[in-house]
Design a protein around this ligand. Structure first.
Ligand SMILES: NC(=O)c1ccc[n+]([C@@H]2O[C@H](COP(=O)([O-])OP(=O)(O)OC[C@H]3O[C@@H](n4cnc5c(N)ncnc54)[C@H](O)[C@@H]3O)[C@@H](O)[C@H]2O)c1
Length: 349
């Protein structure tokens, strides 16, 4: 598909993209994707380097001439103003956020601050720096989650772009609030914006507090495998590089003011996913099949734990031609292999 009139690619000579949260899980894959695929763009990665960040993830591209890293907090308005002024930011792909639901339950203020105020700070900075006549060259692209749509029950239709927001955790409330600000800046000031809402990502470089790395690391170390409640909650899983490719498509070919749902059409009950991880990890470790099954330990459920999320990704498929490339088994094997290598590195330090 050709770039449409809203494309951020128009006049892309010396085009500078600010990617926020680029030292986190998804951000590191998005930064690498853009730095490698688009040498004609200058990529500025702004990250505060919270506990979830790891600049080592980007070691392989840190010396690329089109890449710059700046440690800064997206809530720091003067710092964001300086970055826009100094680097002439043309477009923003905004991923920086506090991202762990459990932490949002114990410390919701941190989520309101980074996710809501951080997004508002960037929107306000973009509005100040971008001239209206240059809007066709600019884009503010907000990376959001399917969790803003609320909870589904068995048999209910997956979330569509038109599904009303119904956030139920402090994390999803903060992301929903940020998304509302993004849309408000489009409607009120005409700022060129796009939003995509993606389901659960998995793959290398995820901080080991989320389900998949927790389970892999616990299997390796023969520790209990914590599963919330009865393990019945259902999530849709997408390989992180397929998400990065979807972000590339929405960035280049999406329409301003639009939302795009991204998902893997790949729903798994947590307990089934844990069993699959046991099968793969035990095999890769050379242990007998089912060796780690007795480690499964059901723990008190997360308060307000949404039962099910599922995404209808037909818009991005039909309108932008996106297709995921990774099968779940292949992607999980790659992920397990990556975490096993990390474990070995830690042991040899
Ligand atoms: N992980 C998922 O499954 C998933 C799914 C859909 C959408 N998302 C969204 O994608 C984005 C990235 O998620 P992730 O899983 O990679 O998160 P992550 O926690 O791994 O990384 C977040 C990054 O943002 C940085 N950051 C946090 N607060 C900041 C601040 N105030 N200023 C600057 N940098 C800050 C952190 O240092 C970290 O590097 C988030 O916006 C999240 O809501 C995640």
């Amino acid at each position: 598909m050709e770039d449409n009139k809203n494309s951020a690619l128009k006049g892309s000579g010396n085009f500078t993209i600010l990617i926020t949260g680029g030292c986190g899980f998804i951000g590191s894959h998005v930064v690498r994707h853009f730095v490698k695929k688009y040498p004609q763009y200058r990529i500025i990665n702004v990250d505060k380097l919270t506990y979830a960040a790891n600049p080592e993830y980007l070691k392989d591209i840190e010396t690329q001439p089109n890449y710059t890293f700046i440690q800064a907090d997206v809530c720091d308005h003067p710092a964001m103003e300086d970055i826009f002024r100094q680097y002439g930011i043309d477009a923003v792909i905004h991923l920086a956020a506090e991202s762990h639901v459990d932490r949002s339950i114990t410390d919701p203020f941190a989520f309101a601050r980074s996710n809501v105020m951080g997004t508002l700070t960037l929107l306000q900075t973009a509005k100040t720096h971008w001239k209206k006549e240059d809007y066709p060259r600019h884009l503010f692209y907000q990376i959001s989650t399917d969790e803003v749509y609320g909870e589904l029950h068995f048999g209910e239709e997956p979330f569509r772009e038109t599904t009303p927001y119904d956030p139920r955790s402090p994390y999803s409330a903060s992301k929903a609030s940020a998304d509302h600000f993004v849309r408000a800046f489009h409607h009120t000031y005409g700022l060129p914006v796009r939003i995509s809402n993606c389901s659960n990502n998995y793959g290398p470089c995820q901080y080991p507090e989320k389900l998949i790395p927790v389970i892999i690391n616990s299997i390796v170390n023969r520790k209990p495998l914590p599963v919330y409640g009865k393990g019945e909650n259902i999530r849709d899983w997408l390989y992180v590089e397929d998400h990065a490719r979807a972000i590339d498509l929405v960035f280049h070919k999406g329409r301003n003011g639009e939302t795009y749902n991204i998902g893997g059409n790949n729903e798994w009950q947590n307990i089934e996913l844990v069993r699959l991880l046991i099968e793969i990890t035990d095999r890769l470790l050379g242990r007998p099949a089912g060796d780690s099954l007795p480690l499964i330990t059901f723990v008190t459920d997360r308060p307000g734990h949404d039962l099910r999320y599922a995404i209808d990704a037909s818009r991005i498929k039909n309108e932008l031609g996106w297709q995921q490339q990774m099968t779940f088994r292949q992607g999980l094997e790659k992920t397990v292999v990556w975490y096993l290598k990390q474990e070995n590195k830690t042991k040899t330090l």
